[in-house]
Ligand binder design. Sequence first.
Ligand code: FAD
Length: 361
Amino acid sequence: VLTTVIETDVAVIGAGQAGLSAGYHLRRAGLAAGSGFVMLDRSPDPGGAWQFRWPSLTLSTVNGVNDLPGMEFADTLTGENPDDVTAAEAVPRYYQAYEEKFDLQVRRPVTVTVVCDREPRFRVEADELVVSARGLINATGTWEKPFIPSYPGAETFGGRQLHTKDYRTADEFAGKHVVVVGGGISAVQLLDEISLVTSTTWVTRRKPEFRDGSFGPDAGRAAVAMVEERVRAGLPPGSVVSVTGLLLTERLKAARDRGALERLPMFSEIVPDGLRWADGTSLRADVILWATGFRSALDHLAPLRLRGHGGGIVMDGRLATRVASDHRVHLLGYGPSASTIGANRAGRAAVAELMTTLDIG
Ligand code: FAD
């Protein structure tokens, strides 16, 4: 197999919201797409993880997709009813138009398998391609790393277990008893949908905090600041919802009123036909839906040994995108920048700092 080797200043790994924002700012900093910086993405098409979202996630049920710099999301929408437009169609369409407008020359599908430090350069290895770069912007998101906690007996369960990543539609669960595990937004949204077609049980580790009324910018800032503090201290980022609480939308109020948001504490064991709690109670279940979140997809960076004693990576820089132990590496979409608005801002801050570190411009 012939391996192509590309030399560049900056390798951007991942072309979701975070990678695209970085690409935009790298161009503005005077680097040429495809030579001054190179963008690699493993997915078959533009759209980051949005291309894989379940079909019932529409523009009226997403939290909101922030505009990328230099082009509005609304410009790529065609006036359809937001209830009818799936995020999996609309966001990829936007990202594709964005890549074209700014000629970002994303190479795909290219899966980066490993990154090694060959000081002063990094060797970024992918299938049939090696990129040699002076700086690294990693923006690989979390979609590739679904997280399922381990419970005794999980392998004995006779029903179906799936993670939110594999969820498509509530209809496939008709007639089954579905247990939804997890206290985040995905958990309650899926619980709402599934409880309209079949019986459900909700299980969470902590008692969920619901927030009535709108989620203002102050609360948003406070939540981001908490996560930022964690990554600056080298702790794993943690979930934003644990800080913000769940917004009680009209749909969720209706779900609550029909009893779908009654919640049980975590079970202690999984048995062939269901679940068992420490106090001896049990529940029959056909399906366990793990809405237990994602972790950062950083396995390919393992040789760089970025993780410290706190279990996370110590981050610094203006928006905590920079790896404290190696300023040539920025992580976008990690911790405080794991939202579409956070990813945008992080792209700008990361590029400005990386240009200084690499002495460009
Ligand atoms: P991604 O969109 O995941 O992009 C990462 C890219 O990296 C992908 O294209 C992937 O193919 C690529 N990649 C991964 N590994 C490799 C590799 N080894 N080599 C090469 N390429 C690789 N945020 C909001 O702000 N608003 C919302 O409404 C919202 N809704 C959400 C709903 C769900 C169900 C989930 C799970 C998340 C949601 N988020 C939302 C959070 C959302 O994921 C982020 O806001 C944002 O889209 C993430 O962008 P990203 O660029 O960091 O990652």
